[in-house]
Design a protein around this ligand. Sequence first.
Ligand code: NAD
Ligand code: UFG
Length: 343
Amino acid sequence: MKICVTGGMGYIGSHTCVELIKNNHVPVIIDNLSNSNKEVLNRIETITGYRPKFYKLDLIKEERLDKIFKKEKFDAVIHFAGLKAVGESVKKPKLYYGNNIGISVILLKVMRRNGVKNIIFSSSATVYGVPTHVPLVETDPIGEATNPYGQTKIEIEKMLMREHEIDPSFNIVLLRYFNPVGAHESGLMGEDPWGIPNNLMPYINQVAVGRRECLTIFGNDYPTHDGTGVRDYIHVVDLALGHVAALKPIQEKQGLKIYNLGTGKGTSVLDLVKAYDEANNIQIKYQIGPRRAGDVAENYADATLAKNELGWEAKFNIVEMCRDSYNWQKKNPNGYNVEPSEK
Ligand code: NAD
Ligand code: UFG
Protein backbone atom coordinates (compact mmCIF):
# COMPACT_ATOMS: atom_id res chain seq x y z
CA MET A 1 0.00 0.00 0.00
CA LYS A 2 1.07 3.59 -0.52
CA ILE A 3 0.92 5.11 2.92
CA CYS A 4 1.05 8.73 4.07
CA VAL A 5 3.09 8.67 7.28
CA THR A 6 2.56 11.91 9.21
CA GLY A 7 5.32 12.47 11.77
CA GLY A 8 7.34 9.78 10.01
CA MET A 9 10.66 11.42 10.86
CA GLY A 10 10.02 10.96 14.59
CA TYR A 11 10.99 8.15 16.92
CA ILE A 12 8.15 5.69 16.33
CA GLY A 13 7.36 6.87 12.79
CA SER A 14 10.91 6.30 11.53
CA HIS A 15 11.02 2.74 12.89
CA THR A 16 7.59 2.10 11.37
CA CYS A 17 8.78 3.34 7.95
CA VAL A 18 11.58 0.75 8.07
CA GLU A 19 9.15 -2.09 8.82
CA LEU A 20 6.67 -0.86 6.19
CA ILE A 21 9.41 -0.88 3.55
CA LYS A 22 10.53 -4.35 4.64
CA ASN A 23 6.93 -5.50 4.17
CA ASN A 24 6.68 -4.06 0.64
CA HIS A 25 4.63 -0.97 1.47
CA VAL A 26 5.54 2.49 0.21
CA PRO A 27 5.71 5.13 2.95
CA VAL A 28 5.60 8.82 2.04
CA ILE A 29 6.58 11.01 4.99
CA ILE A 30 5.05 14.37 5.91
CA ASP A 31 6.71 16.07 8.88
CA ASN A 32 7.59 19.63 9.89
CA LEU A 33 10.76 18.48 11.71
CA SER A 34 9.62 20.31 14.87
CA ASN A 35 10.84 17.37 16.94
CA SER A 36 12.99 15.41 14.51
CA ASN A 37 16.03 15.61 12.26
CA LYS A 38 16.33 15.21 8.50
CA GLU A 39 19.28 12.85 9.05
CA VAL A 40 16.60 10.21 9.78
CA LEU A 41 16.00 9.85 6.02
CA ASN A 42 19.63 8.82 5.45
CA ARG A 43 19.35 6.27 8.24
CA ILE A 44 16.16 4.75 6.83
CA GLU A 45 17.87 4.49 3.45
CA THR A 46 21.00 2.87 4.93
CA ILE A 47 18.91 0.27 6.74
CA THR A 48 16.45 -0.57 3.96
CA GLY A 49 18.14 0.52 0.73
CA TYR A 50 15.09 2.69 -0.02
CA ARG A 51 14.78 6.43 0.54
CA PRO A 52 11.16 7.37 1.23
CA LYS A 53 9.72 10.49 -0.34
CA PHE A 54 9.66 13.29 2.25
CA TYR A 55 7.56 16.47 2.37
CA LYS A 56 8.63 19.03 4.97
CA LEU A 57 5.28 20.51 5.90
CA ASP A 58 3.31 21.59 8.93
CA LEU A 59 0.04 19.68 8.64
CA ILE A 60 -1.86 22.79 9.64
CA LYS A 61 -1.27 24.03 6.07
CA GLU A 62 -4.41 22.60 4.55
CA GLU A 63 -3.98 23.74 0.95
CA ARG A 64 -0.48 22.31 0.61
CA LEU A 65 -1.56 19.12 2.31
CA ASP A 66 -4.45 18.83 -0.12
CA LYS A 67 -2.08 19.23 -3.08
CA ILE A 68 0.13 16.42 -1.75
CA PHE A 69 -2.91 14.16 -1.37
CA LYS A 70 -4.07 14.95 -4.92
CA LYS A 71 -0.61 14.16 -6.27
CA GLU A 72 0.23 11.06 -4.25
CA LYS A 73 -3.13 9.23 -4.20
CA PHE A 74 -2.53 7.47 -0.89
CA ASP A 75 -4.22 4.21 0.06
CA ALA A 76 -3.99 4.91 3.79
CA VAL A 77 -2.62 7.24 6.45
CA ILE A 78 -0.65 6.44 9.59
CA HIS A 79 -0.95 9.51 11.79
CA PHE A 80 1.99 9.89 14.19
CA ALA A 81 2.41 13.67 13.99
CA GLY A 82 1.87 15.51 17.23
CA LEU A 83 3.55 17.02 20.25
CA LYS A 84 4.05 14.57 23.09
CA ALA A 85 5.73 16.13 26.14
CA VAL A 86 3.31 15.79 29.06
CA GLY A 87 5.01 18.49 31.21
CA GLU A 88 5.14 20.99 28.35
CA SER A 89 1.45 20.36 27.64
CA VAL A 90 0.59 21.45 31.19
CA LYS A 91 2.49 24.71 30.67
CA LYS A 92 1.27 25.34 27.10
CA PRO A 93 -2.14 23.66 26.75
CA LYS A 94 -3.22 25.83 23.79
CA LEU A 95 -0.15 24.80 21.82
CA TYR A 96 -1.08 21.15 22.35
CA TYR A 97 -4.79 21.53 21.54
CA GLY A 98 -3.97 23.72 18.54
CA ASN A 99 -1.29 21.45 17.14
CA ASN A 100 -2.48 17.94 17.95
CA ILE A 101 -6.22 18.42 17.55
CA GLY A 102 -5.90 21.15 14.90
CA ILE A 103 -3.77 19.06 12.52
CA SER A 104 -5.98 16.01 13.02
CA VAL A 105 -9.09 17.99 12.04
CA ILE A 106 -7.34 19.24 8.89
CA LEU A 107 -5.90 15.83 8.04
CA LEU A 108 -9.34 14.25 8.31
CA LYS A 109 -10.88 16.97 6.12
CA VAL A 110 -8.21 16.48 3.45
CA MET A 111 -8.58 12.69 3.62
CA ARG A 112 -12.34 12.94 3.17
CA ARG A 113 -12.00 15.38 0.28
CA ASN A 114 -9.59 13.03 -1.49
CA GLY A 115 -11.51 9.84 -0.79
CA VAL A 116 -8.83 8.35 1.50
CA LYS A 117 -10.84 6.49 4.12
CA ASN A 118 -8.20 4.45 5.92
CA ILE A 119 -6.31 5.67 8.98
CA ILE A 120 -4.22 4.26 11.80
CA PHE A 121 -3.86 6.67 14.72
CA SER A 122 -1.12 6.83 17.38
CA SER A 123 -3.06 6.87 20.60
CA SER A 124 -1.81 6.18 24.08
CA ALA A 125 -2.58 4.28 27.26
CA THR A 126 -3.03 7.75 28.72
CA VAL A 127 -6.64 7.70 27.40
CA TYR A 128 -7.53 5.26 30.21
CA GLY A 129 -6.76 8.00 32.77
CA VAL A 130 -5.80 6.82 36.26
CA PRO A 131 -6.25 3.04 36.06
CA THR A 132 -8.62 1.51 38.58
CA HIS A 133 -7.20 -1.92 37.74
CA VAL A 134 -4.48 -3.56 35.63
CA PRO A 135 -4.08 -4.99 33.07
CA LEU A 136 -5.98 -2.48 30.96
CA VAL A 137 -8.37 -3.86 28.35
CA GLU A 138 -9.64 -2.04 25.25
CA THR A 139 -13.21 -2.24 26.57
CA ASP A 140 -12.24 -0.29 29.70
CA PRO A 141 -13.80 3.15 29.59
CA ILE A 142 -11.87 6.17 28.43
CA GLY A 143 -10.93 7.97 31.64
CA GLU A 144 -10.34 11.53 32.75
CA ALA A 145 -7.26 13.02 31.13
CA THR A 146 -4.55 13.82 33.65
CA ASN A 147 -2.95 16.50 31.42
CA PRO A 148 -3.67 18.46 28.18
CA TYR A 149 -1.56 16.05 26.08
CA GLY A 150 -3.76 13.16 27.25
CA GLN A 151 -6.85 15.27 26.55
CA THR A 152 -5.75 15.69 22.91
CA LYS A 153 -5.50 11.90 22.49
CA ILE A 154 -9.00 11.46 23.95
CA GLU A 155 -10.46 14.18 21.71
CA ILE A 156 -8.83 12.80 18.54
CA GLU A 157 -9.99 9.26 19.37
CA LYS A 158 -13.56 10.58 19.85
CA MET A 159 -13.39 12.58 16.63
CA LEU A 160 -12.31 9.47 14.70
CA MET A 161 -15.01 7.36 16.35
CA ARG A 162 -17.60 9.95 15.28
CA GLU A 163 -16.21 9.91 11.76
CA HIS A 164 -16.83 6.17 11.60
CA GLU A 165 -20.34 6.63 12.99
CA ILE A 166 -21.17 9.18 10.30
CA ASP A 167 -19.49 7.18 7.55
CA PRO A 168 -19.15 3.45 8.37
CA SER A 169 -16.99 2.95 5.25
CA PHE A 170 -14.22 4.90 7.05
CA ASN A 171 -11.72 2.33 8.36
CA ILE A 172 -10.03 3.44 11.55
CA VAL A 173 -7.54 1.68 13.82
CA LEU A 174 -6.75 3.32 17.16
CA LEU A 175 -3.49 1.97 18.55
CA ARG A 176 -2.98 2.64 22.26
CA TYR A 177 0.73 2.45 22.93
CA PHE A 178 2.11 1.72 26.36
CA ASN A 179 5.78 2.75 26.95
CA PRO A 180 7.88 2.59 23.77
CA VAL A 181 11.63 2.16 24.35
CA GLY A 182 14.58 0.58 22.51
CA ALA A 183 16.00 1.30 19.10
CA HIS A 184 16.72 -0.34 15.77
CA GLU A 185 19.25 -3.15 16.19
CA SER A 186 21.67 -1.42 13.81
CA GLY A 187 22.06 1.46 16.27
CA LEU A 188 21.32 3.83 13.37
CA MET A 189 17.93 4.98 14.65
CA GLY A 190 16.60 5.65 18.12
CA GLU A 191 14.97 8.16 20.43
CA ASP A 192 16.57 11.60 20.38
CA PRO A 193 14.80 13.98 22.77
CA TRP A 194 15.67 17.66 22.93
CA GLY A 195 16.91 18.98 26.27
CA ILE A 196 16.52 17.08 29.51
CA PRO A 197 14.66 13.83 28.83
CA ASN A 198 11.24 13.53 30.47
CA ASN A 199 11.06 9.79 30.08
CA LEU A 200 12.91 7.07 31.91
CA MET A 201 14.81 5.19 29.19
CA PRO A 202 16.28 8.23 27.40
CA TYR A 203 17.37 9.58 30.78
CA ILE A 204 19.10 6.30 31.65
CA ASN A 205 20.75 6.32 28.20
CA GLN A 206 22.19 9.77 28.83
CA VAL A 207 23.52 8.73 32.24
CA ALA A 208 25.10 5.70 30.55
CA VAL A 209 27.04 7.85 28.07
CA GLY A 210 28.00 10.49 30.63
CA ARG A 211 25.69 13.28 29.46
CA ARG A 212 23.90 13.21 32.84
CA GLU A 213 25.33 12.49 36.25
CA CYS A 214 22.68 10.40 37.95
CA LEU A 215 19.13 9.12 37.45
CA THR A 216 16.54 10.29 39.97
CA ILE A 217 13.92 7.65 40.64
CA PHE A 218 10.62 9.39 41.22
CA GLY A 219 9.41 7.72 44.41
CA ASN A 220 9.98 4.33 46.04
CA ASP A 221 6.88 4.27 48.20
CA TYR A 222 4.31 3.11 45.64
CA PRO A 223 2.27 -0.03 46.38
CA THR A 224 4.34 -2.10 43.91
CA HIS A 225 6.73 -5.03 44.47
CA ASP A 226 9.73 -2.74 45.12
CA GLY A 227 8.00 0.59 45.69
CA THR A 228 8.90 2.11 42.30
CA GLY A 229 6.48 2.79 39.42
CA VAL A 230 5.53 -0.12 37.17
CA ARG A 231 5.03 0.31 33.40
CA ASP A 232 4.64 -1.82 30.28
CA TYR A 233 7.78 -1.12 28.23
CA ILE A 234 7.58 -2.18 24.60
CA HIS A 235 10.41 -2.34 22.05
CA VAL A 236 9.90 0.27 19.34
CA VAL A 237 10.48 -2.34 16.60
CA ASP A 238 7.68 -4.49 18.06
CA LEU A 239 5.52 -1.37 18.09
CA ALA A 240 6.44 -0.61 14.47
CA LEU A 241 5.46 -4.15 13.50
CA GLY A 242 2.14 -3.57 15.30
CA HIS A 243 1.40 -0.90 12.67
CA VAL A 244 2.18 -3.25 9.82
CA ALA A 245 -0.18 -5.80 11.44
CA ALA A 246 -2.85 -3.10 11.89
CA LEU A 247 -3.03 -2.70 8.10
CA LYS A 248 -4.90 -6.03 8.05
CA PRO A 249 -8.22 -4.68 9.41
CA ILE A 250 -7.73 -1.66 7.15
CA GLN A 251 -7.29 -3.86 4.06
CA GLU A 252 -10.22 -6.02 5.13
CA LYS A 253 -12.38 -2.90 5.61
CA GLN A 254 -13.26 -3.85 9.18
CA GLY A 255 -14.43 -0.39 10.22
CA LEU A 256 -13.43 0.88 13.67
CA LYS A 257 -10.92 -1.19 15.67
CA ILE A 258 -9.01 -0.43 18.88
CA TYR A 259 -5.91 -2.25 20.11
CA ASN A 260 -3.54 -1.97 23.05
CA LEU A 261 0.08 -2.34 21.97
CA GLY A 262 2.10 -3.49 24.97
CA THR A 263 3.82 -6.63 26.21
CA GLY A 264 1.34 -7.32 28.99
CA LYS A 265 4.21 -7.34 31.49
CA GLY A 266 4.84 -4.78 34.20
CA THR A 267 8.42 -3.66 34.91
CA SER A 268 9.37 -1.36 37.79
CA VAL A 269 11.91 1.46 37.53
CA LEU A 270 14.36 -0.56 39.63
CA ASP A 271 13.75 -3.67 37.47
CA LEU A 272 14.55 -1.59 34.39
CA VAL A 273 17.76 -0.17 35.87
CA LYS A 274 18.84 -3.70 36.83
CA ALA A 275 18.06 -5.03 33.33
CA TYR A 276 20.00 -2.13 31.77
CA ASP A 277 23.05 -2.84 33.95
CA GLU A 278 22.87 -6.54 33.13
CA ALA A 279 22.36 -6.05 29.38
CA ASN A 280 25.21 -3.59 29.00
CA ASN A 281 27.57 -4.57 31.76
CA ILE A 282 27.57 -1.12 33.31
CA GLN A 283 26.19 0.45 36.46
CA ILE A 284 23.69 3.25 36.21
CA LYS A 285 24.07 5.66 39.11
CA TYR A 286 20.73 6.50 40.71
CA GLN A 287 19.20 8.23 43.69
CA ILE A 288 15.70 8.11 45.11
CA GLY A 289 13.73 11.34 44.85
CA PRO A 290 10.15 12.36 45.57
CA ARG A 291 7.19 11.17 43.48
CA ARG A 292 6.51 13.05 40.23
CA ALA A 293 3.11 14.78 40.20
CA GLY A 294 0.53 12.93 38.10
CA ASP A 295 2.36 9.56 38.05
CA VAL A 296 0.40 6.38 38.69
CA ALA A 297 1.76 3.38 40.58
CA GLU A 298 1.14 0.75 37.96
CA ASN A 299 0.10 0.62 34.33
CA TYR A 300 0.25 -2.30 31.93
CA ALA A 301 -1.70 -3.71 29.03
CA ASP A 302 -3.80 -6.68 28.28
CA ALA A 303 -2.59 -7.18 24.70
CA THR A 304 -4.47 -10.37 23.87
CA LEU A 305 -6.87 -8.69 21.44
CA ALA A 306 -4.00 -7.65 19.14
CA LYS A 307 -2.63 -11.19 19.36
CA ASN A 308 -5.97 -12.82 18.54
CA GLU A 309 -7.12 -10.46 15.81
CA LEU A 310 -3.90 -9.10 14.26
CA GLY A 311 -1.65 -12.08 14.91
CA TRP A 312 0.74 -9.58 16.50
CA GLU A 313 2.68 -10.10 19.70
CA ALA A 314 5.64 -8.27 21.22
CA LYS A 315 8.79 -10.39 20.89
CA PHE A 316 11.58 -8.43 22.60
CA ASN A 317 12.15 -8.74 26.34
CA ILE A 318 13.27 -6.01 28.70
CA VAL A 319 16.97 -6.93 28.56
CA GLU A 320 16.88 -6.73 24.74
CA MET A 321 15.13 -3.35 24.95
CA CYS A 322 17.93 -2.08 27.23
CA ARG A 323 20.62 -3.54 24.98
CA ASP A 324 19.27 -1.82 21.87
CA SER A 325 18.65 1.48 23.68
CA TYR A 326 22.26 1.64 24.85
CA ASN A 327 23.63 0.50 21.49
CA TRP A 328 21.89 3.47 19.82
CA GLN A 329 23.04 6.00 22.44
CA LYS A 330 26.61 4.66 22.50
CA LYS A 331 26.88 4.98 18.72
CA ASN A 332 25.14 8.38 18.72
CA PRO A 333 25.95 10.00 22.07
CA ASN A 334 24.47 13.29 20.85
CA GLY A 335 21.60 11.74 18.92
CA TYR A 336 21.18 12.66 15.26
CA ASN A 337 23.12 15.89 15.58
CA VAL A 338 25.83 15.47 12.98
CA GLU A 339 29.24 16.84 13.92
CA PRO A 340 29.96 20.30 12.46
CA SER A 341 32.54 18.72 10.16
CA GLU A 342 29.89 16.40 8.70
CA LYS A 343 27.30 19.12 7.98
P1 NAD B 1 8.18 12.21 17.97
O1 NAD B 1 8.10 13.58 18.54
O2 NAD B 1 9.52 11.57 17.84
O3 NAD B 1 7.48 12.18 16.52
C1 NAD B 1 6.40 13.02 16.19
C2 NAD B 1 6.71 13.70 14.87
O4 NAD B 1 5.63 14.57 14.51
C3 NAD B 1 7.98 14.57 14.92
O5 NAD B 1 8.87 14.18 13.89
C4 NAD B 1 7.47 15.98 14.71
O6 NAD B 1 8.40 16.79 14.00
C5 NAD B 1 6.17 15.75 13.94
N1 NAD B 1 5.16 16.81 14.07
C6 NAD B 1 4.66 17.37 15.21
N2 NAD B 1 3.76 18.31 14.91
C7 NAD B 1 3.67 18.37 13.55
C8 NAD B 1 2.93 19.16 12.64
N3 NAD B 1 2.10 20.12 13.05
N4 NAD B 1 3.10 18.94 11.31
C9 NAD B 1 3.94 18.00 10.85
N5 NAD B 1 4.69 17.23 11.67
C10 NAD B 1 4.55 17.41 13.00
O7 NAD B 1 7.20 11.30 18.84
P2 NAD B 1 7.04 9.71 18.86
O8 NAD B 1 7.53 9.22 20.16
O9 NAD B 1 7.55 9.11 17.60
O10 NAD B 1 5.45 9.60 18.91
C11 NAD B 1 4.66 9.45 17.74
C12 NAD B 1 3.20 9.48 18.13
O11 NAD B 1 2.94 8.47 19.10
C13 NAD B 1 2.75 10.81 18.76
O12 NAD B 1 1.45 11.12 18.32
C14 NAD B 1 2.74 10.47 20.24
O13 NAD B 1 1.82 11.29 20.96
C15 NAD B 1 2.30 9.02 20.23
N6 NAD B 1 2.70 8.29 21.43
C16 NAD B 1 4.01 8.29 21.80
C17 NAD B 1 4.39 7.64 22.99
C18 NAD B 1 5.84 7.65 23.43
O14 NAD B 1 6.09 7.40 24.62
N7 NAD B 1 6.81 7.92 22.57
C19 NAD B 1 3.44 6.98 23.77
C20 NAD B 1 2.11 6.98 23.34
C21 NAD B 1 1.75 7.64 22.17
N1 UFG C 1 10.80 7.89 36.04
C1 UFG C 1 11.80 8.09 36.97
N2 UFG C 1 12.80 8.97 36.67
C2 UFG C 1 12.84 9.67 35.50
C3 UFG C 1 11.80 9.46 34.54
C4 UFG C 1 10.79 8.58 34.85
O1 UFG C 1 11.79 7.47 38.03
O2 UFG C 1 13.77 10.47 35.29
C5 UFG C 1 9.74 6.91 36.33
C6 UFG C 1 8.33 7.48 36.36
O3 UFG C 1 8.04 7.98 37.66
C7 UFG C 1 7.50 6.26 35.97
C8 UFG C 1 8.41 5.49 35.01
O4 UFG C 1 9.73 5.96 35.27
O5 UFG C 1 7.28 5.45 37.10
C9 UFG C 1 8.09 5.73 33.54
O6 UFG C 1 8.07 7.14 33.29
P1 UFG C 1 8.06 7.73 31.80
O7 UFG C 1 8.08 9.22 31.94
O8 UFG C 1 9.12 7.10 31.01
O9 UFG C 1 6.68 7.23 31.20
P2 UFG C 1 5.18 7.47 31.71
O10 UFG C 1 4.58 6.13 31.96
O11 UFG C 1 5.10 8.45 32.79
O12 UFG C 1 4.52 8.18 30.43
C10 UFG C 1 4.48 7.53 29.17
C11 UFG C 1 4.50 8.54 28.03
C12 UFG C 1 3.24 9.36 28.04
C13 UFG C 1 2.05 8.47 28.04
C14 UFG C 1 2.12 7.49 29.18
C15 UFG C 1 0.98 6.51 29.14
O13 UFG C 1 5.60 9.43 28.20
O14 UFG C 1 3.21 10.13 26.86
O15 UFG C 1 3.34 6.76 29.08
O16 UFG C 1 1.02 5.80 27.96
F1 UFG C 1 0.94 9.24 28.18
